[in-house]
Each structure stands twice: as C-alpha cells, then as structure tokens.
Write a protein that binds this ligand. Structure first.
Ligand code: SAH
Length: 264
C-alpha cells in the first residue's frame, strides 16, 4: 500500500492525527488586513519573503512561533485591480485549500468581523464562537439541492474553551454581500443565525473535505437589525472591534497551547 502524505508510515500518520496528540500548528484564515494586523503584531509574526502560493497571487502569509505553537496567518490580500481586501467566499475557500495543503495545520481558526443580530443577543464588540455555519444566499428549491445549497456544517466543538474564556456561542450564516436582501434575511432566520459574515461557511466546506478541525471566531462590528446603516457602522467600529477580536484570539491561542484537540 502506498504510504500516506509525505511518505510517512501509516503508524506515524495515525499517531500524528490522534486527538490526544498536542496541537503544534495553528492556522488563522482572516479576510481583511485590518483584522489580521493586531494579531500579526501580538504573535510577532513575520511576513514571508518568498510566497508559498503561486506567483502573482495577492495572498499573504505571516508566520512564527508563539509559545509552543507554530502560528500561520493567511489573508487573501488586496484585489489586484482595485486594491481592496479580497473578502467573500471564493477567495476564502481557495486560500484555505491551498494553505492546508501546504502548511498541514492541526487546527484552523477563521477569525473575523461579522454583523450581529440584537434579537439573538448580539452587541457591538461581542466575540462569538460559531456552533454551526451555513449559507444564506444559495437557493435551489429542488429536493436535496435546497439542503445542499444551505450547506449547514457543525463547527469543531470546543466546550472547555468557550466555558473557560466565557465566549458567547451562536450560529453563523454566510453570504457574499455586506447588505441583506429580503431573501437573505429569510435564509438567515431559517439558519437561526446570531452572526452573519462573508467567509465562514466557505471555509467550513473546505475544512470539512480536508478533515481539519475548525473554530469560527467572529467579532460583531455592526448590528444588522439595528437602526444604523451597516456600511457606516461597520467602518466606524472596525478598528476597535478588531482589537477585541485580537484579545479573544490571543486568549484562544493561549488556551490551545500545550493542549490536544480532545482537551478543547
Ligand atoms: N468596506 C470593507 C468591506 C468589507 S466586507 C472593506 O474595506 O473591504 C465585510 C467583511 O467583514 C467581510 O469579510 C465579512 O466577513 C465581515 N462582515 C462584517 N460585518 C458584516 C455584515 N454585516 N455582513 C456580512 N459580513 C460582514
């Protein structure tokens, strides 16, 4: 039988995959540079000089060692024509796939900002861990295709982590728009979501295929069912909420350090 990945023997591979082994490598997938920067500073990461990604791609990787962990942060970078962050599901899923294939992390944290629903208990600056992720902007009424489109997936369960760090838990709904059409709103309600973003369910699609445990850490920049227009509220709160996200992400990494998957 051909040896699995990297020519490792089956025994070694099995040992490395066991949930009892200490986590050694954490990969952050972060859509926006503003969200990533405080964490890059906190973990004292450096930007790689020679990209592991294909030539000409805008994707950015920061790496380094923090405590006992190898940390990588990847961002989809700036759109080549427009110079704005490459947010949304398509860059997020491609970047996640390529990063897992190259970096082989033990665990992924998709960290970022999100819209929150006050009717479900969200406030500006809250940091949520998603229990489930799903899409709200993919529709097909045909049997089974409807369920395929919604694409609900359970996040990696971290009961000890959320208890210890006192993090809020809620469902995350993903779509490719910052605004919310009436049809999106119906999808979000049916997904029972507390927070809404533009990447989570796309990252989950990939990490489910690749079997990499994934935590979704989402900080609330704007209240979707409030009275302020989302783009203004988002921009107003982006810097301070990114700092809150940074604090929570650091606590999560400190908690993970020295532990195995089954401890989380
Ligand atoms: N003007 C911004 C646009 C970013 S889009 C720019 O400079 O590029 C919003 C980003 O924040 C996405 O990555 C998304 O995941 C997250 N986000 C924050 N609030 C959101 C909301 N209300 N709906 C959807 N995504 C939101």
């Amino acid at each position: 039988m051909a040896p699995p990945h990297d020519g490792k023997t089956a025994a070694v591979f099995e040992e490395e995959s066991t949930p009892e082994r200490r986590i050694s490598s954490v990969l952050f997938v972060i859509a926006m540079q503003t969200e990533a920067s405080p964490l890059v500073d906190k973990f004292r990461l450096i930007e790689e000089a020679e990209s592991v990604f294909p030539e000409g791609f805008p994707w950015v990787r920061y790496y380094g060692k923090y405590k006992d962990l190898n940390i990588n942060i990847v961002c989809p970078g700036k759109d080549k024509a427009l110079g704005v962050d490459s947010v949304g599901t398509v860059p997020a899923s491609l970047l996640t796939y390529a990063s897992v294939q190259t970096l082989r992390p033990d665990i992924i944290i998709n960290a970022g900002t999100s819209g929150g629903f006050k009717a479900k208990g969200a406030s500006i600056g809250d940091v949520f861990v998603a229990s489930h992720v799903a899409f709200h902007d993919r529709r097909n009424p045909l049997p089974k295709r409807d369920i395929y489109c919604i694409g609900t997936r359970q996040a990696f369960s971290t009961p000890n982590l959320v208890k210890e760090l006192n993090l809020k838990v809620g469902k995350l709904s993903t779509g490719n728009s910052l605004d919310m059409s009436p049809q999106d709103a119906a999808g979000i309600i049916s997904n029972d979501a507390t927070v809404k973003d533009m990447e989570g369910a796309a990252v989950a699609y990939v990490t489910d295929l690749l079997k990499v445990p994934t935590i979704f850490l989402k900080a609330v920049t704007d209240i979707v069912d409030g009275d302020k227009p989302t783009p203004e509220e988002f921009l107003l709160n982006l810097a301070t909420v990114s700092a809150a996200l940074d604090r929570a992400a650091t606590q999560v990494v400190d908690f993970i350090n020295g532990k195995s998957l089954s401890d989380l």
